[in-house]
Design a protein around this ligand. Structure first.
Ligand SMILES: [Zn+2]
Length: 460
């Protein structure tokens, strides 16, 4: 699962395929802070202040190098906090609240103001945050970055207790997304996710849980029993060979243990031991846990590596790296009260769930979450007056960067990469193109993004 990709790739979507070059859609993109916005891309007098850079260009002055180190350490913290999509969202929420963003409730009426900073979450696994320019007028656009909170992983099945072995407690799992499943073998694994608890007044609440010790392992079959594995390849059956081992079955016949086991076995879908571990972590009774939604997680912390500490060794970089960069860009770009003073647009970040399985869920990018939010924001800011086509005009004025990861050239498999399009580490951002429109990048959007890169000395 360890990945050695150091740069988020950027691919571009525009809400408006016929983007008008006379608009000013990209100049104040929230990835960068601008002191003066060009009225047109043809302007020759663009004066922009470079924001702290995510790239390690050789010319980086010393103070910006220390900023980069701080950003990388913060990213490592974010990765280590975010074992699951739920935790990634919770950590983003914590950072936004600390930065003064106001948590909105989608069930309540919104009363938004220019200069305000807001966010909301859905399903505890997706999030939309935005900051409204103080110069905002109805019809002004959104400058948005979208990324995703989920990564391929193993998820516990609804009935987690496997009856497969008479000697061991095994846990039923299913694969989520397109993962390299052999990398999950022989690792120190645990569980994390969301549980629903019954409170003493018989109401319910959902809570996150993370068991911060290696309670699970998927052992590889010994070489003595699989002599041809190095010639034929390791091809585990995902239904039968990928079950994590939780424990050995204990033969304790004491009456106290029998009584305890009988009580715990009322949760027949799960091994009592697993429920006991969760209840200890949550500081509640086992019977208070009425529902669980857990991922199998790697307990090995993300860290810097390489001879010069130039790599980030971590799982979940796709796409927590982009989620973190987007979040940090929004927070940093409206850090002080004057940061939105001359801004006309609404700066927005959307972190979606379920990208790894096609985005077609209520909390995925395929859901209308973002458009619904945009519609509500426009309506709320318009107060009582909404002119003709306000929302549609807003969309036409908007620009969205879809930020995700690209695979750097693998030094041992360099022939697997297309000869003329080889993303090399530390050479800058990547713009993804696809003639069959798997990516929404067009000649215009990639041109606009490259222009911003030029202005801010960001290689691509
Ligand atoms: Zn991704």
């Amino acid at each position: 699962m360890a990945t050695i990709i150091t740069r988020p790739h950027i691919l571009l979507h525009s809400f408006s395929p016929s983007l008008n070059l006379n608009l000013k859609p990209l100049s104040s993109l929230s990835l960068f802070r601008c002191t003066k916005l060009p009225n047109s891309l043809h302007s020759n007098s663009i004066t922009l202040t470079p924001r702290r850079s995510f790239c390690s260009a050789n010319s980086t002055p010393p103070h910006r190098k220390s900023e980069s180190i701080s950003i990388v350490n913060d990213l490592l913290d974010y990765l280590n906090e975010s074992w699951t999509h739920f935790h990634a969202t919770a950590e983003a929420k914590r950072q936004l609240i600390a930065a003064g963003f106001h948590l909105l409730d989608e069930n309540e009426e919104w009363n938004l103001k220019p200069g305000g900073r807001y966010f909301f979450t859905r399903n505890m696994s997706s999030l939309v945050a935005f900051a409204v320019g103080e110069k905002y007028n109805v019809g002004d656009g959104f400058h948005a970055i979208a990324a995703h909170t989920d990564s391929p992983c193993l998820k516990l099945k609804p009935k987690t207790a496997s009856l497969k072995s008479s000697s061991y407690l095994m846990v039923n799992v299913q694969t989520y997304g397109g993962g390299l499943w052999h990398t999950w073998f022989d690792r120190d694994l645990s569980v994390a996710g969301r549980v629903i608890l019954r409170k003493s007044d018989n109401s319910f609440l959902h809570k996150l849980v993370k068991v911060n010790r290696p309670i699970l392992r998927i052992p590889t079959l010994a070489i003595h029993l699989d002599r041809t594995v190095n010639q034929d390849g390791f091809k585990p059956n995902l239904e039968t060979h990928l079950l994590p081992l939780l424990s050995v079955k204990l033969e304790d016949t004491s009456s106290e243990t029998k009584e305890k086991t009988a009580a715990l076995t009322s949760k027949a879908s799960h091994h009592p031991l697993l429920m006991q571990i969760l209840s200890e972590e949550l500081k509640c009774d086992v019977d208070d846990i009425v529902s669980i939604e857990l991922n199998v997680c790697d307990t090995q912390p993300s860290c810097l590596g390489g001879g010069n500490n130039e790599f980030i060794f971590s799982g979940r970089l796709d796409n927590l790296a982009s989620s973190y960069c987007a979040l940090r860009a929004l927070i940093d770009s409206c850090e002080s009260s004057s940061d939105l003073a001359s801004e006309h647009a609404i700066r927005m970040v959307a972190l979606f769930d379920n990208e790894e399985v096609g985005s077609d869920s209520a909390q995925g990018a395929g859901a209308p979450t973002m458009f619904q939010a945009m519609r509500r924001i426009v309506a709320s800011l318009a107060d009582s007056y909404i002119g003709e086509g306000s929302f549609e005009r807003t969309i036409r004025q908007s620009f969205l960067v879809s930020a995700d990861m690209a695979h750097g050239v693998h030094p041992n498999f360099s022939d697997k990469h297309e000869e003329h399009h080889r993303p090399e580490l530390q050479k800058g951002l990547v713009i993804k193109h696809n003639a069959n429109q798997r990516y929404a990048t067009t000649g215009i959007t990639s041109f606009l993004f490259k222009e911003v890169g030029k202005i801010h000395n960001l290689p691509m």
